[in-house]
Design a protein around this ligand. Structure first.
Ligand code: ZN
Ligand code: FE
Length: 239
């Protein structure tokens, strides 16, 4: 399975995931259609599915155009069936999707929105986390409670440490400033920030990140309980 990272809108990432031999694939969170179409045509892929982590415009903005153009099916959370544009297939928490070599499990992770899901490709050990877990940060709590967001992040934290994280935005550098301000003695964090800056300077995405790095460096994953998590989230909202 190959993954191409596609920049959308200002700082969104969409991901084209495909089988290079069979020339079939899917896209995760197309914030807009044009850059995704370019990548699909470049690789000559038949776009079977559009996967949405949540209903926000910057993650579903390309849904309808891509669906019409490539005759693809849109997969999203059942609870969001009335607000994901063009949705065809409803999925539920813990559901496994198995189709040829395209296998994933759905994690329902409420907090950022009530219907947010992650797509966990357990064979490849990678997960698309949308706006729930970012590199060195986490999503704002818009529709859920801090407890829900904390529990959702805890679930992600329990994945194998070498799991690769593909998130919805390039927020890493801004996030790193907040982590550093609250965790100034963390050497591992300092090294990660150096790596991130090198990648960004070359015009490369800071994504994917690895779960073990996030557990050691991401201040939100380091929070031991809901209280400390809530405090951090509030601080960051006003940072
Ligand atoms: Zn969002
Ligand atoms: Fe977003």
């Amino acid at each position: 399975m190959r993954i191409e990272i596609i920049s959308c809108l200002n700082d969104n990432y969409s991901y084209l995931i495909f089988d290079e031999n069979k020339k079939i694939g899917s896209v995760v969170d197309p914030g807009e259609a044009d850059p995704v179409i370019k990548e699909i045509e470049k690789n000559n892929i038949k776009l079977q599915y559009i996967l949405n982590t949540h209903h926000h415009y910057d993650h579903v903005g390309g849904n309808k155009e891509l669906k019409e153009r490539f005759n693809s099916k849109i997969i999203g959370f059942r609870g969001d069936k009335d607000r994901i544009p063009g949705i065809d297939i409803f999925v539920d928490n813990n559901q496994k999707w198995v189709e040829e070599n395209f296998e994933f499990e759905i994690f329902h992770v409420p907090g950022h929105t009530s219907g947010h899901i992650c797509f966990y490709f357990y064979k490849e050990k990678l997960i698309f986390t949308g706006d729930t877990l970012f590199s060195l940060g986490c999503g704002k709590v818009f529709e859920g409670t801090h407890k829900q967001m904390f529990d959702s992040l805890s679930r992600l934290k329990n994945l194998p440490p070498d799991t690769k994280i593909y998130c919805g935005h390039e927020y890493t550098l801004q996030n790193s400033i907040f982590c550093e301000a609250n965790d100034s003695k963390n050497l591992k964090l300092k090294n990660k920030i150096t790596e991130i800056k090198t990648r960004l300077k070359k015009g490369l995405p800071s994504i994917p990140t690895v779960l073990s790095d996030e557990i050691e460096c991401n201040i939100f994953l380091k929070a031991k309980d809901v209280n400390s998590f809530s405090k951090l989230r509030d601080l960051k909202d006003n940072f």
